[in-house]
Ligand binder design. Structure first.
Ligand code: IPM
Ligand code: MG
Length: 356
């Protein structure tokens, strides 16, 4: 199995290295042959080649069974032209690989629930999956950068969806719900937006015709943002568009107590891509204190969804739990009575647990 590694910028390098150590441990335990191809993406790629998404990176990703990504971006590239920003590479590779389905699970782990900004009785029991449309909507509609129009500085971005785009992401959400608690909450802004009214119509129709065994409700996005903090345990699968999913997944992640623990999968019809949901944290890059568990758990999702190996995925998830149970924490989660470890020590610990 061939895996393209895209460490990217900032802490990306350290957290991907820790995840690779864990993947190697799993490969040893289950007797799998993993082959890695490391490529550039983001600011480091821009510095080295003049573009944040080199052709070689896309070619390697397309030829692999899966991609593991760290993070991209940093203040160093804040002033490069919009088309060459590190974030543009992320959008570019999502589009190039056709990764229209972004899965962002959020579960309140008992080890960090006390760190949730919500009262523990509200946060406890939250276990949801955001299914975010990832290759359409306002991220990919026509962009007009600020320019003078009739003497007034004007800019615009277009939110556009087609029926097939809505159907394929809705199908993923309904199918995911069938394997979970059987409930989909579709989130839109149908009281204002035409694209949302079409979204709601299509999702409603699909539930009636194909997924009547799944419960469906609809929330406007503003209400959903409120419901997430009022009662996160009411959700099972949240189905939403690209921009609402971006915003709601940050909100949901913090409820879990730490953004450093949350993984994600981006899937299409070919190679899938896996990455932690946090960013490149340039302020702590190179210090060896970043939490690699979000990336390690993303590697677990990779085994589950792209490498079709549930046992390997489970082994990683169990090992992470065990290491948490034994009281090891990176500095972001450290507290009295717990054992503080570095990024790479955390990688060693999880790997060792797998090989136990
Ligand atoms: C995310 C990030 C990206 C997004 C940025 C970095 C382009 O916020 O994956 O949620 O908005 O999709
Ligand atoms: Mg985001």
């Amino acid at each position: 199995m061939r895996i393209t590694l895209l460490p990217g910028d900032g802490i990306g390098v350290e957290i991907v290295a820790a995840a690779v150590e864990v993947m190697d441990a799993v490969a040893k335990k289950f007797n799998l042959a993993l082959e890695y191809d490391k490529q550039l993406i983001g600011g480091c790629a821009y510095d080295a080649t003049g573009t944040p998404l080199p052709e070689a990176t896309v070619t390697s990703a397309k030829a692999s069974d899966a991609v593991l990504l760290g993070a991209v971006g940093g203040p160093k590239w804040d002033n490069v032209e919009p088309d060459k920003r590190p974030e543009k590479a992320l959008l570019g590779i999502r589009k190039a690989l056709g990764l229209y389905c972004n899965l962002r699970p959020m579960k309140v782990s008992k080890y960090v629930a006390h760190l949730s900004p919500l009262k523990i009785e509200r946060a406890a029991g939250a276990d949801l999956l955001i299914v975010r449309e990832l290759t359409g909507g306002i991220y990919f509609g026509e962009h007009n950068e600020a320019a003078m129009v009739n003497g007034v500085e004007t800019a615009s971005d277009v939110e556009l969806y087609t029926r097939p785009e809505v159907e394929r992401i809705a199908r993923k959400a309904f199918e995911a719900a069938k394997k979970r608690k059987g409930k989909v909450t579709s989130v839109d802004k149908a009281n204002v937006l035409g694209s949302s009214r079409m979204w709601r119509k299509i999702v409603t129709q699909m539930q009636k015709e194909e997924f009547s065994d799944v419960e469906l409700n609809h929330f406007y996005v503003d209400n959903c943002a409120m419901q997430l903090v009022l009662n996160p345990a009411q959700f099972d699968v949240i189905l939403t568009n690209n921009i609402f999913g971006d915003i709601l997944s940050d909100e949901a992640s913090v409820i879990a107590g730490s953004i450093g623990l949350l993984p994600s999968a981006s899937l299409g019809d070919g190679t899938g891509m896996y990455e932690p949901i946090h960013g490149s944290a340039p302020d702590i890059a190179g210090l060896g204190i970043a939490n690699p568990l979000g990336t390690i758990l993303s590697a677990a999702m990779m085994f589950r969804y792209s490498l079709n190996n549930d046992a390997a995925a489970q082994a990683i998830e169990d090992a992470v739990d065990k290491v948490m149970e034994k009281g090891y924490r990176t500095p972001d989660l450290a507290a009295e009575g717990l054992q503080k470890v570095s990024t790479c020590e955390m990688g060693h610990l999880v790997a060792a647990e797998i090989l136990q």
